[in-house]
Ligand binder design. Structure first.
Ligand code: DC
Length: 220
């Protein structure tokens, strides 16, 4: 069966990675979480006490950064497993800040394209359909209301036993969206040929079924 490339973009906490992982499993495709790569750069800056706002300082760190996306879903930064460390709130905001920098984007986009070579891949992020994989056969723009996204994230935190404040989550998500949509280089926006899915009133199964349907149409 023909192996295609799938791009999923959309605002923060829209459930892109959950859907992408499930679809990748169904299709036996490789899933690439590009947000995790920006998180690695932010985490490395934090670790080295370089302020996120210090563009020159952050970009100088790039030469020392080696990111490995392992087949088991773990993410390694210079051979250290940082999978859960990069999910910290502070790193989320940092990722949104360092992702403004041209050198950071160039460095990561090149890696993402390398990993996506040959198809049979599903990438999620902010600029996949507009920049990284402009020729992807299927482009999805996944959205959900801010209330819905914040509530899902809040429930996830509670289930994991992490302290959580719904209002603070809402604020953080809104701020990140604003930053990601208004930056100069590769801002988050729907590609002209992307299909928008509003998941606010959909179950996980419904979203996966919908995406699988779209994939079938492209493969046939
Ligand atoms: O998907 P995420 O929430 O893990 O992404 C973290 C940040 O990284 C996001 O706020 C903006 C940035 N990002 C980006 O600029 N381009 C991507 N393709 C993926 C993420």
């Amino acid at each position: 069966m023909k192996k295609i490339s799938i791009a999923i973009d959309g605002p923060a906490a829209a459930g892109k990675s959950t859907i992408a992982k499930l679809v990748a499993k169904n299709l036996n495709y490789t899933y690439i979480d590009t947000g995790a790569m920006y998180r690695c750069v932010a985490f490395y800056a934090l670790k080295n006490k370089v302020a996120y706002e210090d563009e020159k300082g952050v970009c100088e760190l790039l030469k020392d950064i080696e990111i490995q996306m392992c087949p088991d879903g773990t993410i390694h930064l210079n051979h250290e497993d940082v999978t859960s460390l990069i999910r910290e709130n502070e790193v989320s905001m940092g990722a949104s800040i360092v992702s403004r920098y041209g050198d950071v984007r160039e460095f990561l986009v090149e890696k993402q394209r390398e990993m996506a070579q040959g198809g049979g891949v599903i990438l999620d992020g902010r600029d996949i359909g507009t920049v990284v994989l402009k020729d992807a056969e299927l482009k999805i723009y996944q959205v959900a209301s801010i209330e819905c996204r914040a509530l899902r994230r809040h429930k996830e935190n509670v289930e994991r036993g992490i302290e959580s404040d719904l209002e603070a989550i809402k604020e953080e998500i809104a701020k990140r969206d604003e930053q990601d949509m208004t930056r100069e280089i590769s801002p988050l926006k729907k590609a002209d040929d992307a299909i928008e899915i509003d998941t606010s009133d959909m179950t996980l199964d419904e979203v996966v079924a919908h995406v699988m349907n779209l994939v079938s149409q492209k493969i046939q």
